[in-house]
Design a protein around this ligand. Sequence first.
Ligand code: NAP
Length: 513
Amino acid sequence: MQLLASYLAGKWSPGSGAKQSLVNPTTEEVLAEVHTGGHDLAAAFQHARTAGARELAGMTFAQRGAVLAALAKAIHGAREELIALAVANGGNTRGDAKFDIDGGAVTLSHYAQLGEKLGSAPLLGDGEPIQVGRTARMGGQHVWARRRGVAVHINAFNFPAWGLCEKLACALLAGMPVISKPATATALVAHRLAQLFEPLLPAGALQVLIGPAGALLDTLVPGDVVAFTGGSDTAKMLRNKLPEPVRLNIEADSLNAAVLGPDVDLGSEAGALFLADVARDMTQKTGQKCTAIRRVLVPEARFAEVCDALKERVSAIAVGDPSREDVRMGPVATAQQHKDVKAGIARLAAATDSVYGGTGEITPVGVAAGKGYFIGPVLRSTRDPMNCAPLNEHEVFGPVSTIGLYNGDAAFAADFIARGEGCLVSSAYSDDREWVATFVGAAAPWAGRLYLGSSKMASQSPGPGTVLPSLLHGGPGRAGGGEELGGERGLQFYMQRCALEGDASVLKTLIGG
Ligand code: NAP
């Protein structure tokens, strides 16, 4: 049995004490074990504060970017091995695994290029120079400076590769050493990444704790930061636990919605895009995607047609052993996840009607009877989406979406987005610019990202569920209030903004001008 070690204070150590198993969610076979404690985390923080901080401080943005490029290359070199681990430990189909792993490599490459562009500037400029004196000689300039501290990264089970890479890319480029903790249940991919990255990184730049957090958050001091992705209950605990001066970024639950505009015919390009996006974003990664579409809003006149079309699409998805080429959707990742999704479906079922999939019972393809954490795609519907509490107040983290009807009013659609109390992303599909403007104006305060589907962009759309490194990822309210990525913006969490005043020519040189 493989025993997973953590990489802390410059060495690999297995920890000690009780063990937790990592399981194949298709077969329920134990794949590996990890000790639940026994690590000297104080030594890990000390290593980050000394070796890690020193090494990164001595590097320019361009040099740190070059390290990120090497990490992306390492992922490409081990891609097939990483995919196999994701299939076994995450219940991922090959496509799901690529989405996670390639997404990690793309994000590292994006920040590698940004590092090259930022070059050797000592500080990052924030906005244009400002004249604050009588003449242009006396200037003002906002800048971002590297924070002195340790970045602790805590990730969710669903994206073991991308989660590690997207947070790491921003922190390292900004110049902060990282201690990263993947979710235990699916840690095989992150563990392998840590092994691949270790020889490519400066000492102390990245340490990886495999297994439960233990005392990870007990020795934080002002200047340290914590970036968390996971459930809202854990997020709430972190908010209460962390000392005030420690910066905290939260990516949590999200009730993302997709709205069909009243002008869109399902046979049009925008209509086809809407159907494809909903079907994919409710079933990709078995619905275990923070950006998955949970709520669908369609004009009353198209309600029956949309229900039929989505039913046709999701019923064609083969569910079963994700290592099989003919299977399009695997199991959920853990027994707990299975229980939680079933409970969520039962809550929804009490308030909605079934369109397809009942409450998720399924006989998976190629799986021994009674084995695996399988749930089939579930489509529900409601004629009163605004007042359907289970739909608007609970995230079901599985292949489950509910279709509600409305009168086509853009203001109502925006209120429906707001009813989720803050989401990572929501989408609207319309070619009517006036409708779109009204919708965006009212919905934007409730979403980290709005995806505007239309006929003109349909052929080149990545879909709302794909998080791009160049655009912000995060959302207000229920989604945690966090902001990650967004190109250069992603570095700001790991830096401190400071307003400089002085000789304008000196200020210019400080930002590489
Ligand atoms: P979770 O149970 O909250 O766990 C998330 C992470 O927190 C794991 O690494 C977990 O470690 C760790 N953790 C648990 N208790 C902790 C503690 N006391 N101190 C420090 N760390 C602790 O969430 P999950 O089940 O992995 O993920 C599912 C949730 O994540 C969903 O609700 C989904 O909405 C959300 N999510 C959000 C995003 C986003 O970008 N907004 C992305 C993906 C997922 P262990 O695994 O060792 O318990």
